[in-house]
Design a binder for this molecule. Structure first.
Ligand code: ATP
Ligand code: MG
Length: 140
């Protein structure tokens, strides 16, 4: 399988509880390499653009409010099949359905405050990485 890059966010519920290091440990244990990382506060505009695909969903307003409620850590992860691998490591969106050993099983508070985001496909990974990182910020 090819070496890929995926985009990750450690969400405000993770920075609030000071568990970004614990989550990074699970990411690295899975064989993914953190090749870019920065702590930011997302603007409403950035969050609305980022989650535009969910604009018509009933939880959109709540989701955007949550994503700007505190700092987040945006990351680029690299590894063999990184996109699917990170989705596996994150676990199901709803933590009550997430498998043992996943980040969301261990740390997520609810379906909304679920600690992490990971890109769902190669095309979205590329777009999401470009929204938050310039090329020279990614060091593989
Ligand atoms: P993400 O895109 O953040 O990696 P995901 O791909 O597992 O998560 P999506 O269906 O894309 O899940 O939903 C995006 C985010 O919207 C979820 O991670 C969660 O924070 C929020 N969300 C999804 N469903 C609900 C819901 N029913 N109620 C509240 N928030 C939700
Ligand atoms: Mg998604």
């Amino acid at each position: 399988m090819a070496i890929e890059r995926t985009f990750s966010i450690l969400k405000p519920d993770a920075t609030e509880r000071n568990i970004t290091g614990a989550i990074n440990a699970l990411i690295e244990k899975a064989g993914l390499r953190i090749v870019a990382q920065k702590r930011i506060r997302m603007t409403r505009d950035q969050a609305e653009t980022f989650y535009a695909v969910h604009k018509e969903r009933p939880f959109f307003g709540e989701l955007v409010d949550f994503m700007i409620s505190g700092p987040v850590v945006v990351q680029v992860l690299e590894g063999e099949g990184a996109i699917a691998k990170y989705r596996d490591v994150m676990g199901a969106t709803d933590p009550s359905k997430a498998a043992d050993g996943t980040i969301r099983k261990a740390h997520a508070k609810s379906i909304g405050e679920n600690s992490v985001h990971g890109s769902d496909a190669a095309e979205t990974a590329k777009i999401e990485i470009a929204q938050f990182f310039s090329g020279n910020e990614i060091v593989g």
